[in-house]
Write a protein that binds this ligand. Structure first.
Ligand code: GLN
Length: 286
């Protein structure tokens, strides 16, 4: 079996299995992972015969892809805000939607003294994509927290690989075991309802349900707790950024209001869906 033939066969199989929308690219990336041949070399060496061992590995990966395993899990990394993050099946795969949260944070931080924002914590950090990106974009340290130890291991590896040094990690249920007060709290917590979790695509079904299910009939159980805790864990004028579903933004904004936040803002993601809610904690002595 040659490189060209395998690629052609794989593209066809993926198309027939209705796996993803970029079957050509997927076939090329699987080939590159196993053989080390990049796009140019796959063309230049299209008639190269694949060795038995590579063929076996390729078939294994192709079967995983045919079972709708996300490419990010097969390759072990995913691009977010222009950087490559390690991911595995313990972490949610960073999504382009979440880049909206980063953009809002950067807009907010513009023209503000950095000290006023510190310290910063990313709650439910997963792969660390949000916290590490903010750390790199603002040139500050960001603390990372997650309830899952396996997830924190990945966040730690990403922090070291991308910032060059470890960031503070907290294994915590939201902020409940943390005593510090923050200038900024950011979070993409689990927020899907159980029904929405049951309806996710075959690819999303590979992701940890605990990173998706926000619990409660409205999926907002964790966000409600996070709002309550954030009101206690933010300094006066501290800012909270939360990602949620577009069907939840009004309710989440109302929760911000209930907890004495001001300048409450809802922002749309690149697909035009309301995605991020943020607000500033009003001074308690006002
Ligand atoms: N945006 C994700 C999805 O729709 C959910 C992420 C989350 O629950 N934090 O699959």
């Amino acid at each position: 079996m040659t490189v060209a033939k395998w690629k052609q066969q794989t593209t066809k199989l993926l198309q027939a299995g209705q796996v993803g929308e970029s079957t050509d690219l997927d076939a090329r990336l699987l080939l590159e992972k196993v053989t080390g041949l990049d796009q140019i070399h796959q063309i230049m060496e299209s008639e190269r015969i694949l060795v038995e061992e590579d063929l076996k590995s390729l078939e294994h990966l192709r079967n995983q892809r045919l079972a709708h395993k996300p490419m990010a899990y097969i390759l072990g990394h995913k691009e977010f805000f222009g950087r490559s993050f390690l991911v595995d099946e313990h972490t949610l795969i960073p999504r382009p939607d979440t880049e909206t949260l980063i953009e809002e944070v950067l807009r907010f931080a513009q023209n503000k003294p950095k000290e006023a924002l510190l310290p910063i914590i990313d709650v439910c950090t997963g792969s660390g994509a949000i916290g590490i990106t903010i750390a790199l974009e603002l040139g500050v340290d960001v603390e990372l927290s997650d309830i899952s130890k396996a997830t924190l291991t990945i966040a730690d590896r990403n922090a070291v690989a991308l910032t060059g040094h470890p960031l503070s990690l907290h294994k915590a249920d939201l902020l409940s075991t943390i005593s510090q007060k923050y200038g900024m709290i950011v979070s993409n917590p689990p927020y899907l309802t159980t029904n929405w979790c049951d309806e996710v695509s075959a690819e999303v079904a590979w992701e940890p349900r605990s990173a998706l299910n926000g619990l409660g009939s409205d999926g907002l159980f964790l966000i409600k707790r996070l709002l309550e805790q954030s009101a206690k864990h933010l300094k006066d004028e501290g800012v909270l950024f939360i990602e949620c579903d577009y069907r939840q933004t009004n309710e989440v904004a109302a929760l911000f209001k209930q907890h004495n936040f001001k300048h409450i803002t809802i922002t749309k993601d690149i697909a035009g869906h309301e995605r991020v809610v943020w607000g500033i904690l009003a001074c308690t002595n006002n």
